[in-house]
Design a protein around this ligand. Structure first.
Ligand code: ARG
Length: 489
């Protein structure tokens, strides 16, 4: 173990107030560079905007600003070429970049931090990162919704039982089932969009907590970084993390939706259900049992939803006792967000092709939906149409179901006369009435799975996806040095 009371000169960053270097343990404990290096692009982007603003405000001369820009661009190149050398003793990404800037441009580097603190700097970097993260997740989510929509378009005529309590309940079209998941995922998109919309204020220029006495032009840096304007309160700017919580909440709900879809895929893929078969490319084998083909993708996505929800709870707990404004606890905000964005993004990226390539066993689904008992409710509704109160109708049909069960027959093989014996309004042909096709076609109420409705829903869903695609294209950030779209390192 190294000597904790390192006799090096005091760290340049902490300056004259300190007479000793930081203990090695403290450096190790407090460092965040191993994860916040992912903010390098946003940090450089923010620094460039800040330098140019300082120049416009006469705080930097033109040659000074050009020197800083040159250094920042050089650092950007080093990062993209993989030659930037991380100094683990330089605590975080902001100090690492500043240290390198000193090496590249000399003492003028010391002017960049005018009117800026790491507190507003990190808040700005983080929100920029989250905005890009949201755009990436929304694009991957759009892909998954497209996969569901493609399946739905192909599977309007595939019938399966809809379930309540995991008991076969009433027949539905498979397209209707895929579109049900589509709806939930479209709301997820809306939640992500909301979170992104709220991230439209730039914290830069809020300083450590109380702004600055320098004549900063916060409007211009905000605009240059793609925000609608600056944040309104300096304490809030550096002390709040609810935007991260909002993103983690939206991602948690989305992850839970993915988990539910995956649970269904696991069930449907079992020999007990036998409704679907995973494509070989998206299934795994057993190292022991040669006959096995396992739905690991779905199980892993289901499993990973746990850590996404955990990340939300983790940041909620980190924040709950904090006074205004910045406290070092806030450094704990990044890992949960990085992890949730990565986890959800990779889950979406694998689930889309898994769903696209699976094969549906129509025969098995049809067989499971064929039981006329699934249409018993229709019979009660038939009575309602003749003016019978629903509760009475429910009772009558219950009697009929009991009678059929006792005589060991299906509802469809009862005779017209038997039905009339239960109620005078039941003058119908049971074999015709208890057909799945008839039942489905009769389901014309809005949101029900009659073909007409499902076809209309497909058009609406396609339009919704097109709208999101257009919106995402418009949100594309202009690329250029130090501000091209980031990819996780
Ligand atoms: N690495 C720090 C974080 O992520 C940067 C801000 C440091 N500010 C401070 N006052 N120590 O929160």
């Amino acid at each position: 173990m190294s000597d904790s009371r390192d006799r090096r000169a005091p760290s340049k960053a902490w300056g004259g107030r300190f007479t000793k270097a930081a203990a090695a343990e403290l450096e190790r404990f407090s460092a965040s560079i191993h994860f916040d290096r992912r903010l390098y692009r946003e940090d450089l982007q923010g620094s460039l905007a800040h330098a140019r603003m300082l120049e416009r405000q006469g705080i930097l001369t033109e040659p000074e600003a050009r020197e800083l820009e040159r250094g920042l661009h050089a650092i950007d190149r080093e990062f993209s070429e993989g030659t930037f050398v991380i100094d683990p003793s330089a605590e975080d990404i902001h100090m690492n970049i500043e240290r390198r800037l000193f090496e590249l441009v000399g003492d003028v580097a010391g002017k960049l931090h005018s009117g800026r603190s790491r507190n507003d700097q990190v808040a700005t970097d983080f929100v920029l990162w989250m905005r890009q993260g949201i755009r990436n997740v929304r694009a991957a989510l759009l892909e998954l919704r497209s996969a569901l929509l493609e399946r739905a378009e192909l599977e309007v005529d595939v019938v399966l039982p809809g379930y309540t309590h995991l008991q076969r309940a009433q027949p539905v079209r498979l397209a209707h089932h895929w579109l049900a998941h589509f709806e939930a995922l479209l709301r997820d998109d809306g939640r992500l969009r909301d979170a992104h919309n709220r991230m439209d204020r730039c914290p830069l220029g809020s300083g450590a907590l109380a702004g600055s006495t320098l004549p900063l032009d916060r409007d211009s840096t905000a605009r240059e970084l793609g925000f609608a304007g600056p944040t309104r309160n300096s304490l809030d700017s550096v002390g709040a993390r609810d935007l991260a919580l909002e993103l983690l909440s939206a991602l948690s709900i989305l992850a839970v939706h993915l988990s539910r879809i995956c649970e269904e895929l696991v069930l449907w893929n079992s020999s007990e259900f036998g409704f679907i078969e995973m494509d070989d490319a998206f299934a795994t084998g057993s190292s022991l049992m040669p006959q096995k083909k396992n739905p690991d993708v779905a199980e892993l996505i289901r499993g990973k939803s746990g850590r996404v929800v955990g990340n939300l709870v983790s940041l909620l707990m980190t924040l709950k006792g904090l006074t205004l404004a910045y406290n070092r606890d806030l450094q704990e905000d990044k890992e949960p967000v990085f992890d949730s964005v990565d986890t959800v993004q990779s889950s979406l990226e694998i689930l889309a092709p898994t769903i696209r390539t699976l094969s549906v066993r129509r025969d098995r689904m049809a067989q499971a939906a064929a039981d006329p008992l699934l249409i018993a409710t229709d019979l009660a509704e038939h009575l309602v149409l003749q003016g019978v109160p629903f509760r009475t109708a429910h009772h009558v049909v219950g009697d009929i179901v009991g009678h059929a069960a006792r005589s060991g027959r299906g509802l469809d093989s009862l005779t017209r006369e038997e039905l009339l014996g239960f109620h005078p309004c039941l003058d119908l042909n049971p074999a015709q009435f208890f057909s799945v096709e008839r039942s489905l076609e009769a389901r014309e109420a809005q949101g029900s799975p009659a073909r007409k409705n499902v076809e209309r829903a497909l058009v609406t869903a396609r339009r919704a996806n097109e709208n999101v695609a257009q919106e995402l294209a418009a949100l594309e950030v202009p690329t250029g040095p130090a501000d091209e779209a980031h990819s996780p390192d």
